[in-house]
Design a protein around this ligand. Sequence first.
Ligand SMILES: C[S@@+](CC[C@H](N)C(=O)[O-])C[C@H]1O[C@@H](n2cnc3c(N)ncnc32)[C@H](O)[C@@H]1O
Length: 281
Amino acid sequence: MKKRMPEFRLFWGDCVTGLQRHVGPASINICVTSPPYNLGVRYRSYADARDWDEYLNWTDSWTSQIRHVMKEDGSLFLNVSGSLRSPLLPHLLVDRIVNRRKLFRLQNTIHWIKSIAVPEKGSERQIGHYKPIKSDRFVNDCHEYVFHLTPNGNTRLDRKAVGVPYSDKSNITRWSHTNGDDLKCKGNTWFIPYKTIMNRAKDRPHPATFPTELAAQCIRLHGKNGKSSVLDPFLGIGHAALAAAESRVAKFVGFEIDGEYLRVAGEELKTVGATPQIRKV
Ligand SMILES: C[S@@+](CC[C@H](N)C(=O)[O-])C[C@H]1O[C@@H](n2cnc3c(N)ncnc32)[C@H](O)[C@@H]1O
């Protein structure tokens, strides 16, 4: 029997204030999120070009709030990407969170591969989508980071929940750690292409999203889904919420500063049978 749809609480407004007001300490199991990267992306409401010190200080406030609401055995999956202008941004952020502020430990680094060239019939075939760079110096950037940050560095995971079958089936009986299952850990390179869309304004009305499948794999990897509370403080048009619906977690809380993005997230959730509550922070 399919488990119950989670309870969805979506808030319109600033996530730092919202986390303080509406989310209890040590109440969240999994946070999957992608903040603005300060790269001048044209969001509807948020101005994504702040002074770098101000941006990093702001990062301190929302990461501290996430730590405050997270359980000791929780997981923060933080999706960040660099750019030509700021290639070190992902590393700066993680250094700040882990070494300077000592809020979380870096437990795993996952590489979200959006596009890859694979050998096929003596040649190579490129699969997946990426934004091409016009340059004679830089290669196209086909990947982003997902830093798996945890309070103590020892959060237990359900690796087989995102496992892959063995290519050589004799391994299943040869190794005792398989427990007879045809599933093994797939490692930290996750190929998850964007869905092909025909009309951006209608099919994906947001300039910087991650695929639902990326968030779903993070939720499954953390495990214990039926009892989990999941958070996305930067909800956008709701892909982490859709992943929570698909994974049948217990609860989901999301914050988004732009009313239109939040409206789209609510509508998308309704199409999968959820009944989100939407309120102001
Ligand atoms: C990278 S996008 C997240 C996209 C989302 N993962 C998706 O797939 O739709 C970051 C989002 O954070 C929102 N945002 C910026 N500042 C915020 C704040 N203080 N509180 C809540 N949301 C904020 C922006 O409007 C933007 O939609």
